[in-house]
Write a protein that binds this ligand. Sequence first.
Ligand code: SAM
Length: 354
Amino acid sequence: MNTLFMHCRPGFEGEVCSEIAEHAARLDVSGYAKAKPASACVEFICHSPEGPQRLMRELRFAELIFPRQWARGRFVELPETDRISVLLATLADYPVFGSLWLEIVDTNDGKELSTFCRKFEVPLRKALIKAGRLLDDPALPRLLLTFKTGREVFVGVAEADNQAMWPMGIPRLKFPREAPSRSTLKLEEAWHHFIPREEWDARLHSDMTGVDLGAAPGGWTYQLVRRGMLVTAIDNGPMAESLMDTGLVKHLMTDGFTYKPKPTVDWMVCDIVEKPARNAALLETWLGEGLCREAVVNLKLPMKQRYAEVRRLLDRIAEGFKARGIKVAIGCKQLYHNREEVTCHLRRLDTKKP
Ligand code: SAM
């Protein structure tokens, strides 16, 4: 069990390699990362069998930027028939599991295996339960089987409270028909990722106010309005009539980089496609000056050195807050609905009201 296996968006394997290698070096876990281009997955091979477990113990999955899912384990070759017996034999040196997910990688070849996985899951689940390997207990680790082909599977384990929220890290969010743009799912996914579900009522409620920078046509504003907030939407472009009709939205045609709210607001969200350093500076101003308490902002990724550049920006933002003597929690993730971008979430921890 010397491998940490990670899923990612195809084309971002290099970023996952850089990110995990940096953490491993910091934690003194020796090993190397390897990935094929556009394979949507990365392996970090540790020199010691305890390495993957240490990485998973020391790191919080939700805090990693580019991996979509992870598990420690090993690859197993499966026969054409009776795959279940081989899997049961393999699992002898794994813990007892509390749940099971069958996964594929996010490539066209991977997607072709989804029917196979659906059909295979039922008999496998029954066999695991019968053999006492799978109990119905969400506190126990999860068995994650990632099929590369029908004959090759990564048999992985991950703690249920330290892994992706959805199989393969791909959320199942329904596009709301009334929303004016598909981008609406980005903000909804960000909330799922950054805000525990049980805190939504306290942190996203109808006594709150928000500002949406680069709002048109209103996919993100729609999400704020759906939570009952009063929203100031900043954009020279037109907002959807349906949103303006709610009476909860004020539309200002002005520059999102110079606008400052009076009075201050609870939430700021920003989906302006700009140089990432400019959006990062916006975050520093809004949180630093207490213009809002929480923010979700997209950062467009640079062409090269994407991980290094994001890390540099996040470090710079953190240093800015430190210099101001304020406490801000900073999260960053390449969400499923992000393409060449990542989404940052920031929250002031040292104020009740801005
Ligand atoms: N979040 C929106 C949604 O869900 O419908 C989509 C936003 S779109 C990706 C980016 C928007 O930013 C565009 O409507 C554009 O007009 C706006 N924009 C670009 N530069 C801006 C600026 N300096 N100030 C305000 N808005 C800006």
